[in-house]
Every structure is written in C-alpha cells, then in structure tokens.
Design a protein around this ligand. Structure first.
Ligand SMILES: *[C@@H]1O[C@H](CO)[C@@H](O)[C@H](O)[C@H]1NC(C)=O
Ligand SMILES: *[C@@H]1O[C@H](CO)[C@@H](O)[C@H](O)[C@H]1NC(C)=O
Ligand SMILES: *[C@@H]1O[C@H](CO)[C@@H](O)[C@H](O)[C@H]1NC(C)=O
Ligand SMILES: *[C@@H]1O[C@H](CO)[C@@H](O)[C@H](O)[C@H]1NC(C)=O
Length: 652
C-alpha cells in the first residue's frame, strides 16, 4: 500500500493460460522449492512464517521487495538503498556491507585482458543497438523495454489492498528449535482447521478436506503434522467470525532435527518463479524489484533463453533435465501416477537430507494439473496444492484480469521473508518464458520478448567466500547464452559443490549444458545450449520479400502441415481447416536454409510464427511438424478442442 500507487497491467487481458507459482521454503535445514509463475505467487514463506500474514498485504511488486527489508518503511522510495539501511537491523546491515565488499573484490580480480578484448570486439552496445549476448555465434538483441509502442499496451492501475484490517494472528518462527507458534494480536477466540489432501485416484490432486476446528490459546505451538491451516478468529462477544486467514508451515524433517551435523554447511535452495515474465517485462513492470536485484548480490543471466514454448517443457528441463519428448515419454503427465515416478530434482535433494517443498498459487493452471493428471502422492515433503485449493474455496477471493488477485486477505503473490533465510539459501528467481501471445508479442520486439525470460541468482555469502572461482564464473556468464538445462545442471552442482566439473552429471536433454558456476563458452550457439532453432533468440536475420515464390510456397506448406497435424489427433473434429490469408514476414537465419515465417491464417485471423527448413531443390519443408508460436490470444477460439497439444492451432 504505502508506496505502490499503481501497477502496470496489460490493457488486453491475457489469457490465463499460464501459471504462476510461488515459493517455498526451507528451514534451517534445507529445502528445495520450486515455484513458479506469474503474477500471483502464493504462499509459503521461508524458514519462517509460511503463508505469512502481514499487516499489510503487498502486491507482487512490493512483496518482492520484502527480502530487502523495505517492508514497512513508508519512507522515501527514490533512494532504496538508504531506505534499506534505515529499516534493517544493525546486524543485517553490517553483514550486507561486508558482503558487498567481498563482491567487489571478486569483481576486481575478474577482468583478465582476454575478457577485455572480447568486450572491445563485441560490445553489448554497437552502433546504437543493444545486445544481451553479442558473439559471432549469437547476437541476441536487447530491445528497449520502455519503447513507446510497448508502453502503449499498458495502463496504470491502482494498487488494491486485499484486506485493510489488522492481522488477528501472527505466526512466529523460532529459529532455534524450528517451531512455529500462533500469536493472537488481540483479545479473541480462535480455532484452526487443518488442510489435508482428500482425493483418490485421478482426483488425488483435486480434493482437499478440512479437519475439525481446534480451539487454541495464545502462542500455540503448531504441531509438526500440520503443514497448512485456515484460522477463524472471533472478537468479543465472540458470536461471529471476525477474521479468517490461511497459513502454511515447512517443518524440518524429524531425522534432521535429530542429527543436524550431517547437514553441515549445505545451502538451502529456493526456486521462485513467475510465469510469463521476460527480462524486458520485468524491467518495465517491476521497476523497484528490478532496481533491487541490480543493487544487491543477485547475479543475472541476460542470455537466458527458453528451450520450449510454454511452461511445461521449460520447467521440466529445469526439474528433470529432460527434453519435452522424453519428459512426456518418461513421466506420463497424462496418466494417474505417471508424474509420481518422474525423477524430479527434488528427489535428489531429498536423498541428501533436504526437506523439500513445491507450491503453485493458482490451482486451475498448475503446471502438473492443467491438462495433466497431477500427483497421486505428494511429490515433496510439503506440497502447497491443498492449501491453494482450500483458500480459493474457503476464503474470499478477488480476480483481476481474469486472474486471482486477492486470495483471502492477501494478494495471491506472497512475501519472501527475511529472517536470515537468505544467509543460507541459494535463490533462483526466474521465469519460464516471456509473453507468448497478445499485443506485446505482435511488436518487433515480440520475438525477443517471448524467448527471453528473466533469471537472477542469489548466493549466500559463505558460498561466495568458499567458492570464489565458481562465483567469478557465474558473473562471467551474465552475457553468455544459457538455457533451462544449465539451471538443472546447476542444481545438481549445488548438491556436490566440491566435485570437479568433468565429474558432474550433465542433463539428459543437453549433454553440452552445464552448471552456471562453470564458465559458459563465449562462442556457444543455441544447439549447444539445448535450444531448438525456433526458440533461439540469437537473431541475425535477413528479410526475404513476402512476394518471393519460395516464401509463398513455404507458407502454404506450413499451413498444410498444421492442418495435417491437427487432423491426426482425436478430439479435434470441430477445429476448422486453416487457409493462408497473408504472409506477414519471412526472414532467413544467417546464411542457413532456415526461415522464420510469420503468417495469418483464416478463419479467426490466427497469427503464427514458425521456423522451417527449406529444401530449395525439392521446394519442400520437412514432413514433420515444425516448432510454431501462436502470437494472438487463442484460448477463447480453441475451446472445442480437448487436446492440449492442438489448442494452439485449433480455430473452432
Ligand atoms: C526458541 O526455542 C528455544 C528452545 O526451545 C527456547 O529456549 C527459546 O526461548 C525460544 N525462543 C523464543 C523467542 O521463544
Ligand atoms: C477478553 O474479552 C472478554 C469479553 O469482553 C473479557 O471478558 C475478558 O476479560 C477479555 N480478556 C482479556 C485478557 O482482556
Ligand atoms: C530427447 O531426449 C531423448 C533422450 O535423451 C533423445 O533420445 C531424443 O533424441 C531427444 N529429442 C530431441 C528432439 O532432442
Ligand atoms: C553450433 O556449434 C557446433 C560446434 O561448433 C556446430 O557443430 C553446430 O553446427 C552449430 N550449430 C549451429 C546451428 O550453428
């Protein structure tokens, strides 16, 4: 509230087609979390309070600033660093200063003459054009996120406070014994209902149940079997519920409490994702977050390129290291129990003694439940889905732009609380891809917008000090080409930081990908990063006239390929046969036989972008379906198709 006067919301509502997810936590011990996407992030907070109840609810923008310590400071925004120092406790501020010193030392020893030579030859800004990556193998342009045609797409909206009333309950976390207590902030009578999973078989991920309402006294100790609850508090005369709230808790595993020394010096890991936010869009729509990330110990990977179209392939690459085909073949998301057997990275963390958690904030579009069967058994020690299902149903919700905005008393996005979590947690704050369709995607900058999600990595001080070489590599990789497979390799690396690099496991879907704590080859190309040509943002294109006979021919064949593909799937009987309406553009990639085509098809003015290989002698594109982006908003037009894979091409 205080400072957020407005937020940027796209004028055209986006199809709520992608997800958002939130974060999780760990405790003093560890945890792995994974969360994902879009503007809504839900709950679980870190070591400390979970679905934290805050006196003031924050927008995603504001909440993301929480780790900074700016939380309750209504003071001046223009000078965030000062604000930080005034709100932080002395000891934290001190620690921050010394870590900053370490960091700049690392920077100083960094620049070898070789790097400087590179910088001279391939500057990130050349002839007025900016690049995220600029090497002979990859020129990835860096469009201006504040261009007027982009800003036109956004309107300023006022920030909405979900619930102005004061929290009746605060969760207090005790770091010493890793326990949670419910503190009543006023004279009230309160009870809680435990939230449990309740479905069976195909419904395992879709039902929850509530336990009986258990009355509790001041500073009630939360039992370790309770990982999520809804609370009901009554003020005198206690005749009606005055406030409902929801909380979740990550309790450390019991075996860890008994033997904490075995976990000595392992960092917690938090993957915190927001769906559909590009690097450009982060800068435009979350300016304060952007400023925070760039002023603190966050390492950015500006050349981070998605490897597949939407959430599922990109997240699977991070979590399993598999490509999309193999992820589907091996993990069977369409089968009950299929995903349970999938070798997600959190299982490796669990084997090493970590407490694990996974949560998303919008049940309908959860990565593993949207058109998939979800998990039969909870995939992690703490699983956020029952909580979200319960909150969506039991508490008041408020939607905006067809997306959940307030869940209960709080914005759907949640706070990552400080309380020392960052001292021992590697945080990967990232997105799966940029805006995939709609007006933003139709601009010239849309090509890059779609392909380059943002990613920032924060490493705790003790690791920065213990592994200076790795940190130097990470810093070096800022403007190199990287992919979700590298993040998978990085997670594996975190499990064994002392293992020499040639002994570290490589992702199944990309054997040349590796941890970002190792230097990424400056001259890497997309295929070496496991990125298929179509999704590759390295773009040295030359225009081909749309009137060129081969341009026409490839376009017609492309539309035919789409028709064939759709017709080959069951459940698509009501999809129209598409016809080429207009070729918007054709571009050749370098001197290859690859072409990027944008075209409009009828009915429905469907806008497609595809990469095709052109066999000039045969005058043919390959028989198999090329990778295709759908640039206009299509959810409403594709309702008659029940097949997930064909929705993008189906016009009812
Ligand atoms: C935290 O737990 C420890 C161990 O049980 C106890 O001694 C200490 O008083 C607790 N701290 C707070 C603030 O309650
Ligand atoms: C709480 O309110 C009730 C009803 O008004 C009153 O009887 C009781 O004394 C109050 N308790 C405290 C601790 O103030
Ligand atoms: C995907 O991965 C599998 C298993 O590693 C491999 O056999 C297959 O060729 C890969 N497919 C693509 C399209 O890269
Ligand atoms: C990428 O680089 C490798 C190694 O230099 C090379 O074999 C491959 O052909 C390149 N791929 C593309 C698409 O340029």
């Amino acid at each position: 509230m205080t400072k957020i006067k407005y937020e940027l919301v796209p004028c055209e509502e986006q199809e709520p087609n992608e997800i958002k997810k939130p974060l999780n936590c760990i405790v003093k011990i560890l945890f792995v979390v994974l969360s994902l996407f879009t503007l809504v992030i839900y709950t679980l907070s870190g070591a400390n309070n979970s679905l934290k109840s805050n006196a003031d609810p924050f927008s995603p923008w504001k909440s993301m600033r929480l780790p900074l310590g700016w939380t309750n400071n209504p003071g001046d925004l223009s000078s965030p660093l000062d604000a930080k120092h005034t709100t932080r406790s002395l000891s934290t501020a001190k620690q921050t200063e010394s870590t900053e010193a370490t960091y700049s030392k690392v920077t100083d020893t960094e620049s070898t003459t070789e790097d400087q030579a590179e910088i001279t030859l391939y500057a990130l800004e050349e002839n007025g054009k900016k690049y995220f990556v600029n090497s002979p193998q990859c020129q990835m342009s860096h469009p201006n996120p504040f261009a007027s045609n982009i800003q036109h797409i956004y309107n300023k909206h006022s920030y909405i406070v979900c619930d102005k009333s004061r929290d009746m309950i605060t969760v207090n976390y005790n770091v010493t014994d890793s326990t949670y207590r419910l503190h009543k902030n006023e004279n009230s009578s309160c009870c809680f209902k435990q939230i449990l999973r309740a479905g069976t078989s195909a419904n395992a991920d879709h039902k929850y149940k509530l336990g009986p309402c258990v009355e509790f006294q001041q500073d009630f100790l939360v039992p370790t079997e309770v990982s999520a609850m809804i609370t009901y508090c009554r003020r005198p005369p206690f005749d009606k519920v005055s406030q409902k709230d929801a909380f979740s808790f990550v309790h450390p595993r019991k075996d860890q409490i008994k033997n904490p020394t075995t976990l000595h010096r392992r960092p917690s890991v938090l993957l915190w994702g927001i769906d559909s936010i590009s690097r450009m869009n982060l800068e435009l729509t979350m300016p304060r977050m952007f400023e925070y990330l760039n002023n603190q110990h966050w390492f950015e990977l500006q050349g981070y390129n998605k490897m597949g179209d939407n959430t599922f392939p990109n997240l699977m690459a991070v979590l399993t290291g598999f490509n999309k085909t193999y992820a589907n073949a091996r993990c069977h998301p369409e089968k009950v129990r299929g995903l349970d057997a999938c070798p997600f990275i959190w299982k490796d963390f669990k084997d090493k003694g970590y407490t694990t958690a996974f949560a998303e904030d919008w049940s309908k579009f959860s990565t593993f439940d949207y058109s998939s069967r979800g998990f039969f058994n909870p995939p992690t020690d703490v699983y956020g889905r029952p909580l979200v299902l319960a909150v969506e149903k039991e508490l008041k919700t408020f939607q905006r732009g067809q997306m959940p905005y307030c869940l209960g008393r709080k914005p759907a996005s949640r706070t990552l609380d400080k309380n020392g979590i960052m001292d021992n947690t590697i945080i990967i704050f990232f997105s799966d891809h940029g805006t995939r369709f709609g007006p933003l995607r139709n601009l010239d900058s849309g090509f890059v917008e779609e392909r380059l999600p943002f990613i920032y990595i924060r490493v705790p001080r003790w690791i920065r000090e213990k592994y200076p070489k790795q940190l130097r590599n990470l810093q070096m990789n800022k403007n190199r080409l990287t992919s979700p497979y590298d993040i998978h390799a990085t997670l594996r690396h975190i499990l064994e930081l002392d293992t020499p690099k040639d002994k570290l496991p490589r992702p199944d879907g990309c054997s040349s990908c590796h941890s970002v704590f190792e230097e990424v080859d400056w001259s890497r190309n997309c295929s070496q990063a496991g990125i298929e040509e179509h999704w590759c943002a390295c773009n040295s294109f030359s225009d081909v006239p749309t009137t060129d006979p081969s341009a026409r021919s490839m376009s017609t064949q492309l539309v035919e390929a789409i028709n064939k593909y759709v017709a080959s799937k069951k459940g698509t009987e009501r999809c129209s046969r598409l016809k080429l309406n207009r070729i918007s553009s054709v571009q050749r990639r370098g001197s290859s036989n690859r072409y990027l085509i944008q075209l409009k098809a009828q009915p429905g003015d469907a806008l497609f972008e595809a990469t095709v290989d052109w066999d000039a002698s045969a005058q043919r594109i390959p028989a198999q379906m090329p990778s295709i982006s759908r640039l206009d908003t299509y959810a409403a037009k594709s309702r008659c198709s029940s097949v997930k894979e064909t929705k993008k091409y189906c016009i009812c």
